[in-house]
Write a protein that binds this ligand. Sequence first.
Ligand code: G3P
Ligand code: CA
Length: 255
Amino acid sequence: FAPATRQPAGAGVADIAHRGASAHAPENTLASFYEARAANADYFELDVQETRDHVPIIMHDATLSRTTDAEKVFPGRSPWRVGDFTLAQIKRLDAGSWFSARYAGERVPTLVETLRDMEGSDMKLLLELKNPALYPGMTGRVAQVLRAQPDWLLPDRTVVQSFDWPSVESFHRLLPSVPTGVIGTPTTRQLPGVARYAGYVNPRYDTVSAAYVRAVHAQHMKVFAWVADSPATMRRLIDDRVDGIVSNRPEAVPH
Ligand code: G3P
Ligand code: CA
């Protein structure tokens, strides 16, 4: 995507590619992260879960069925839970064909592989701890992976978020230099408590209003709203003064 395809003036809103540029390539694969970079997105978002042998990998669903061929490769292993399979087993899966034959053979990336691969890009990372309650110890292991990848610890390069707010707080204690975010819409009464450990509030787009954004900003936190794919919704969020828009179509987010 050439910059010329961009829509004009988004008042500096961050363009965040949801699971990569997931409208154009299979979500949460290196191909979708490359597409996000080609679209000049500022951030790529991804979901981290763990294999049975405790390797952080990139996968959205708690089961492998929707985005891989696990049911074909491992028949009889219903319900194909991510945490029931080793990394070696998951590496046998095709994570691209479900999306398009063009992506046949795309693999499920580990977090380490993804960070190494994207390190040389100028992109930032929005990392979601997905279903941490299913993977005891995952939060600490993700912090360890990041500690070993100093490029991703540069100021403001990485934001770690989760629907599971206690895990966000734990992560903040483990690695306080990395900004964190809560996914959801804390009430205005909850915001001061959240601000003690998070720098971002990341609400679903249809729960956002200009007044809510002001309330979050008053606590010195930023707002990354998700998931907006239509120009009208993006424009409305920009008018509400959000700081970032999470989209499956990063090429459409006005900068
Ligand atoms: O950035 C927030 C967004 O990723 C949360 O939704 O279900 O796509 O992980 P989900
Ligand atoms: Ca996510």
